[in-house]
Design a protein around this ligand. Structure first.
Ligand code: ZN
Length: 571
């Protein structure tokens, strides 16, 4: 069913002229909500919708300022406008939101709401149970330590070929066909990282200690238990994550080994070193699918249209309504994201396209997020217009895979099509071991309280060896020990990472189905997107035609499908 893009959502509760930057105007709206205790289930529903409306108006203000800042970082006024909102409005919202949650939980009509509120009820109850005023200062302290991590790693640069490079800017040199150049670039980066090794280890130890206190305050046995609840992981347990690690070890690692063996043979090398992993094995220059953003938008719209004509239409709507900023230019923030204009209920896509194959994947990925947002835009509850990460990444990752048969839109040469298709599938396989490694290491970290630095080093070494493909780090053991420092999630968003592995398993199941029955797979994909966050994860997966299962059984069958597809492309 096509999404109605013409619907607008006029305000009912928030007065039109309210300045969303002025706490003196915002606070009375919260007060009105807190004082106006609803006296019937219908009134309670209306009250929840009013809260959603206010949160959406505030959310849109934040997104608008964030977009403006990232599109032009060299304009100090835009940066200040965003920071003002983050520093002066957001901290005041938190206690208000908590008070509203408590008001809701006290309402006798809560139990008489229609069944569709059950999930919402679970979210609110969980938030309130975990809330501890004494954790607020600890969380502020934690935020400062996280900022220090960003500062330390953000300041890392190296001198290469007479120019200062950030570590991100060094990545393209690992694709150079000259092996000595790659090694030099790789060594420079790891040496630079090692300069701050002790500082980062110390920072991490402070974070571990703080997190243990936060968990204890909240009445949890350890930080892992706290994190699972805070991340709203209602549908799977730490044990399920351990099953996922086993599945990667038994079903993915062998395929990675065989991919590495072909790479080694193609490159005619005796051993694969860490600087041999990104270069094209046939010595070809990088793919160049487009030159201008106009070409990129036109081609991706055509791919979406071939996946499903409605999706092509939706992407065109975004283009026509200035909801895309894709081209890299001076003054733009790095990276790419999809963000939501919560009040207008439309998505916005930001990225830095320079004309490489990875840009296509980024736009297809963010496009999947955008379609998800549009599919769920009619729900009156803001909480239900959003979906947990484990499934929202299915929307984006599946779109990358559904596009694989249509990459010829960008590549007139069939050899280039095959190369782009193979790279897309190989990347999926190679993602799993790293996700498992980071996740397994986190399980160890937070269930071995008081461990020493040496014990941590040894635990990382064991975890790496368990999932690592055959890459020879000989002579660079200290670089290997500190390899996890570069994964910011460990420092900034603990435990948040396995979501990508779970979602990729869902995306692969949709892709596998699409190879047999494209129309049915896309129909189910879209039906699942339209559910937004109204269902628990197993039901969202089921609606998309996928099993919510982390075991080696599902993983093994998926890896066989990928292997077959890779063999067909090679042949
Ligand atoms: Zn994503």
């Amino acid at each position: 069913m096509p999404v109605d893009l013409t619907t607008t959502f006029p305000r009912r509760f928030v007065p039109v002229g309210v300045d969303m930057d002025d706490w003196a105007q915002i606070e009375p709206l919260f007060r009105r909500l807190l004082d106006g205790t609803p006296d019937s289930p219908a009134a309670l529903e209306r009250w929840l919708e009013d809260i959603s409306e206010l949160k959406a108006a505030l959310g849109e203000e934040r997104t608008r300022r964030y977009v403006a800042m990232t599109c032009q970082t060299d304009d100090p006024a835009r940066e200040q406008a965003y920071l003002d909102f983050v520093e002066h409005i957001i901290p005041r919202l938190k206690p208000m939101a908590h008070a509203l949650d408590e008001t809701y939980l006290r309402s006798p009509d809560r139990r008489r709401l229609p069944a569709r509120y059950a999930l919402f009820d679970r979210l609110v109850a969980n938030r309130v149970v975990l809330f501890r005023p004494e954790n607020i200062p600890l969380e502020t302290e934690e935020a400062k330590l996280k900022q220090q991590y960003q500062k330390v790693t953000g300041a890392m640069t190296v001198q290469f070929r007479g120019m200062e490079h950030t570590l991100q800017q060094m990545a393209p040199y690992l694709e150079e066909t000259d092996r000595a150049t790659r090694q030099e670039a790789w060594e420079l980066v790891v040496r630079r990282r090692l300069v701050d090794r002790d500082r980062l280890e110390g920072l991490f130890e402070q974070l571990l200690a703080l997190r243990a206190r936060i968990a204890q305050n909240a009445g949890c046995a350890d930080y892992r238990e706290f994190a699972f609840r805070e991340l709203e992981r209602f549908d799977y347990t730490p044990n399920d994550c351990l099953r996922f690690h086993e599945a990667v070890e038994t079903a993915v690692v062998p395929l990675v080994r065989s991919l590495q063996a072909s790479r080694k043979a193609d490159l005619r090398l005796a051993t694969l070193r860490p600087w041999d992993l990104d270069v094209d094995t046939k010595g070809r220059p990088p793919l160049r699918p487009f030159r201008t953003a106009v070409e990129l938008v036109g081609g991706v719209e055509e791919i979406f249209r071939r996946v499903d004509p409605d999706l092509g239409q939706q992407f065109r709507f975004m283009r026509d309504h200035d909801l895309l900023d894709l081209e890299s230019r001076k003054g733009k923030a790095p990276g790419g994201y999809q963000s939501t204009m919560h009040e207008r209920r439309v998505p916005f896509i930001f990225m830095n396209a320079v004309g490489v194959d990875g840009d296509l994947r980024t736009l297809l990925h963010e496009g999947g997020h955008a379609f998800h947002m549009l599919a769920a835009r009619h729900d009156p509850l803001i909480d239900y217009r959003e979906t947990p990460m484990e499934f929202s990444e299915v929307a984006s990752m599946a779109m990358e895979l559904l596009a694989v048969p249509h990459l010829g839109v960008f590549y007139p040469d069939p050899n280039d099509v095959r190369r782009a298709q193979r790279e897309a599938l190989e990347r999926v396989v190679l993602l799993f071991p790293w996700v498992a490694m980071i996740d397994a290491f986190q399980h160890w970290l937070y269930t071995h309280q008081g461990h020493s630095r040496e014990e941590r080093r040894a635990a990382w070494g064991r975890t790496f060896a368990r999932f690592a493909p055959d890459v020879d780090f000989g002579g660079y053991e200290d670089a290997l020990d500190a390899l996890w420092h570069r994964q910011l999630h460990l420092f900034i968003v603990p435990f948040y990472y396995i979501e990508y592995g779970i979602a990729e398993m869902g995306a692969l199941q949709i892709w596998r189905r699409s190879r047999v029955d494209h129309a049915a797979a896309v129909r189910q994909y879209r039906a699942a997107l339209a559910l937004g966050g109204t269902r628990p994860l197993p039901e969202l997966f089921a609606a998309a035609g996928a099993e919510f299962d982390f075991t080696a059984r599902t993983m093994g069958s998926l890896m066989r499908a990928v292997e077959e597809a890779l063999a067909a492309i090679r042949g």
